[in-house]
Design a protein around this ligand. Structure first.
Ligand SMILES: O=P(O)(O)OC[C@H]1O[C@H](OP(=O)(O)OP(=O)(O)O)[C@H](O)[C@@H]1O
Ligand SMILES: Nc1ncnc2[nH]cnc12
Length: 182
C-alpha cells in the first residue's frame, strides 16, 4: 500500500483501487530517493485498463509517443485502446536511424532522447505518455522533441506526479495530465 497518493479524478474508483498496487522502495536507485514502482499496477488487468482509459480519455490525438522505458508499455496500451499507432522516444545508441534528438538536464547530469526515423509526421497531434513526472526534465524534453520535429503535443500524460519536485514548472506551455499525485 502506498500512503499519501491521491487520484486527481476522485470519481475514478478503479484507479483509486489500483493505488494499493504501487510499490514504494526507499533508497533506490540511490540513497534518499523514494522510488515509486508502478510495475505491479501494469501487471494487474483492471489497473492497466483503468490507467489506459484515463490517460487518453476525452483527448484528440493522432499518435502516442511513449518515453523509454515504462512509457513504452503504457504508450502501446493507450494507442491500442484509442486506435492510434505508437512511437518510442528512446535513449541514445538504440536506434539505427534517428530523425531528431534532444539533450536535457536531469537532477544529476544530462540525458538525451531520440525520435526514430520515419515515424512522426509534421502536424500530427501527439499524446506523450510516461509513468512518472519527477523533476520534469524527461517529460519536458519529450514535448520539445515532438515540437522541434514539427508536430503538436496534445497533452503530456503520466500515471503519477511527484508534486514536491515541481516538475510541472519545467513543462511550460504544455497541457499536463497526471492521474495520481503524491
Ligand atoms: O521527471 P524526471 O526527473 O525527468 O524523471 C522521470 C523519469 O524518470 C524515470 O525514468 P528513468 O530515468 O528511471 O528511466 P527508465 O524508465 O528507463 O527506468 C521515469 O520513468 C521518467 O521517465
Ligand atoms: N521517485 C521516483 N519514483 C519513480 N520514478 C522516478 N523517476 C524519477 N524519480 C522517480
Amino acid at each position: 500500500m502506498a500512503p499519501g497518493i491521491e487520484v486527481t479524478d476522485g470519481d475514478d474508483l478503479a484507479l483509486k483501487d489500483s493505488i494499493r498496487l504501487i510499490r514504494e522502495v526507499p533508497d533506490f536507485p540511490e540513497p534518499g530517493v523514494l522510488f515509486r514502482d508502478i510495475s505491479p499496477m501494469l501487471a494487474d488487468p483492471a489497473a492497466l485498463r483503468a490507467i489506459t482509459d484515463a490517460l487518453g480519455r476525452g483527448l484528440e490525438f493522432d499518435v502516442v509517443a511513449g518515453v523509454e522505458a515504462r512509457g513504452f508499455l503504457l504508450g502501446a496500451a493507450v494507442a491500442q485502446a484509442f486506435g492510434t499507432g505508437v512511437i518510442g522516444l528512446r535513449k541514445p545508441g538504440k536506434l539505427p536511424e534517428v530523425a531528431d534528438r534532444i539533450s536535457y538536464e536531469l537532477e544529476y547530469g544530462r540525458a538525451t532522447l531520440e525520435l526514430p526515423a520515419d515515424t512522426l509526421r509534421t502536424g500530427q497531434r501527439v499524446l506523450v505518455v510516461d509513468d512518472v513526472l519527477a523533476t520534469g526534465g524527461t517529460l519536458g524534453a519529450a514535448c520539445r522533441l515532438i515540437r522541434q520535429a514539427g508536430a503538436e503535443v496534445t497533452t503530456a500524460t503520466v500515471v503519477m506526479e511527484l508534486t514536491a519536485l515541481e516538475g510541472r514548472d519545467k513543462i511550460v506551455g504544455e497541457h499536463v495530465r497526471a492521474l495520481l499525485r503524491s
